[in-house]
Design a protein around this ligand. Structure first.
Ligand code: TYD
Length: 139
């Protein structure tokens, strides 16, 4: 399946007015899952690469609520790099997509909404193992 049909860039509504901006993200409405977990990544140096895993169970939304970063998504067949640079922009990542986050600006705050509670056992951290598993499924 086309990677950009699996992962979607979501433009959230701008509820801002002259007092400032307001963005709302509601589970099962603007995003296709119920939110069970929220975490955020900041103070990552520009030369750091985070992620480097795929998740068997979790779906995610990534939003750079401040600053910017890049996300490389990979479905085992193709890869795409997306720059997250607007608080109103979200990237939906379904299960079983490999992802790397890097090029963090010094003011980057990368907010992540997840469909699951944390379980380290659902992570695939070896890229060769990931590709083997995903290609086996498609075959
Ligand atoms: P890690 O998965 O390496 O972060 P990233 O994907 O951003 O590179 O997680 C770093 C540490 O935090 C690791 O010890 C696991 C822990 N952690 C939790 O306990 N709960 C969570 O929801 C997440 C994302 C990580």
């Amino acid at each position: 399946m086309d990677l950009l049909e699996q992962c979607k860039i979501i433009q959230f509504d701008d509820l801002g007015d002259k007092r400032g901006k307001l963005v709302v993200v509601e589970g099962n409405q603007a995003i296709p899952f119920e939110i069970k977990r929220v975490f955020y990544i900041y103070d990552s140096d520009e030369d750091v690469v985070r992620g480097q895993h795929a998740n068997r169970e979790s779906e995610f939304i990534l939003i750079n609520v401040s600053g910017k970063s890049k996300v490389r998504i990979d479905n085992g067949f193709e890869e795409v790099v997306i720059e997250l640079n607007k608080p109103m922009m979200g990237l939906y990542i379904p299960k079983m997509i490999w992802k790397d986050m890097y090029d963090f600006s010094s003011d980057s705050v990368l907010l992540v909404l997840a469909s699951t509670h944390y379980n380290g056992k659902e992570y695939i951290r070896n890229y060769d193992e990931y590709v083997e598993e995903i290609r086996g499924k498609e075959a």
